[in-house]
Write a protein that binds this ligand. Structure first.
Ligand SMILES: [Zn+2]
Length: 418
């Protein structure tokens, strides 16, 4: 079976990005008009911003609207229960209501799914693959999201949910399960449990493809699972409110953004899009009628990655999850995130610890990186500084130290602004 090429909807997925943007602009105009008319909260947001539906003609007009972070939705639903004026549809047409931590209540309208089908196909799921779905089926939408998507691909679902590793192994063996949906760390645990039970995952289980999300996926975790089971493992990125936002194809190297929503990367302090390639907050505009979301701030960081992909999909890629927006520090006009520093230092196994210290001298920012290392040489300091400059795009000074404070901080900001 060919799990590495092909498309779920070739015409749509290979259409030029410009044509896809035009289609998105059309749907955006409809959604903005619908939200303004039916969801009082969005009408208020637009009135306050002095923007009328006719001012939003396309994707390029979106920055006229403010970013609404998840915390704001929690607040307004709490102040005006149950939906705080966010519901864009008559109650009798609503199909389900999910409750995610916050709390936040997400209504689902008829035929309004979460778009994971495309992601699962790109990962390698094919019709006829019996699959276990290990996401939770209650309160939050995760379980239902993937259940719907798998069934619509023709993959029969075993709704196993979380936990019960021993039973998961039995189900895989008994039913000849080919697909896994869930968290990579959980699949690794299932494999370990199988070994304990004398079942050799690669030999005795027929798992061929896994789709994982909901946690960062270091290369080491991906390769451990792929080797343990002899399968293809690909990841996606999404949220409970938005569903699928981006996913890996067979060629990896970032995640293709979906064409079911508008995905922007913005400066979290201004809400304006950052230049291509720079890190910023992922902001999503979702076209659902029941629960339209206009510039929803996910609080997650990512960046657009230039360049096409061998798979033939025309959508740009996100670099994947680069951390949380509230951990960002702006230094010399550029955002610096703990994840970027961690990525640099993973390349230097001789380094035992590090801490970035931001200070301000003569009205200029200074970034020093204090490093504890088995090896201390001018050459190593230059190599580290070079990689920091590549990744952060600003200069940093490397300082050798014997020890670091024991508080786990990756970045310490000592600047005062009074
Ligand atoms: Zn691709």
């Amino acid at each position: 079976m060919d799990r590495t090429t092909g498309f779920l909807n070739e015409e749509l997925e290979t259409q030029s990005w410009e044509a896809q943007q035009e289609a998105l602009s059309r749907r955006l105009r409809e959604t903005v008009a619908h939200a303004y008319e039916h969801a009082p909260y969005w009408r208020r947001i637009m009135d306050e911003a002095g923007v009328s539906p006719s001012d939003i003609q396309g994707v390029a007009d979106l920055p006229k609207l403010p970013v609404t972070p998840k915390a704001k939705l929690v607040e307004i639903q709490g102040a005006e229960p149950p939906f705080g004026g966010l519901l864009g549809m008559a109650v009798e047409r609503m199909q389900r209501v999910f409750r995610s931590p916050g709390p936040i209540y997400d209504p689902q309208g008829p035929g309004e799914g979460w778009g994971w089908e495309e992601a699962l196909f790109a990962a390698g799921f094919r019709s006829g693959d019996i699959s276990i779905n290990t996401f939770s089926y209650h309160m939050t939408p995760a379980g239902m999201m993937f259940d719907d998507a798998l069934r619509s691909l023709g993959c029969p679902v075993v709704p196993t949910g979380v936990g019960e590793r021993e039973t998961q192994v039995e189900i895989m063996q008994r039913l000849g399960v080919k697909g896994f949906v869930g968290m990579a760390s959980f699949l690794l645990q299932i494999g370990e449990k199988a070994k304990e039970l004398g079942v050799e995952p690669r030999r005795d289980l027929g798992l061929e493809v896994a789709f994982v999300t909901a946690e960062p996926l270091p290369d080491s975790l991906r390769s451990s699972v792929e080797e343990m089971f002899g399968l293809i493992l690909r990841q996606g990125y999404g949220t409970a409110d938005c569903g699928c936002i981006a996913y890996e194809c067979f060629h990896k190297g970032g995640m293709h953004v979906v064409n079911r929503a508008v995905v922007e990367i913005v400066d979290p302090t201004t809400g304006q899009p950052v230049p291509e390639g720079e890190t910023g907050e992922v902001v999503v505009t979702l076209f659902h009628k029941a629960y339209p979301l206009l510039r929803f701030g996910t609080g997650d960081l990512s960046a657009f990655q230039p360049g096409g992909c061998e798979c033939g999909r025309a959508t740009p890629k996100l670099k994947g999850w680069l951390g949380r927006a509230d951990q960002l520090v702006k230094v010399k006009g550029m955002f610096v995130h703990p994840g970027q520093l961690q990525a640099v230092f993973r390349e230097f196994p001789e380094v035992e610890g590090f801490r970035a210290v931001v200070s301000r001298e003569n009205n200029r920012d200074r970034l020093a990186v204090r490093v504890v290392s088995r090896e201390r040489s001018e050459g190593l300091a230059q190599k580290i500084a070079g990689r920091l400059r590549d990744v952060l795009r600003i200069g940093a000074e490397v300082e050798w130290v014997d020890r670091l404070p024991d508080d786990g901080k990756v970045i310490e900001d000592t600047r005062t602004w009074d």
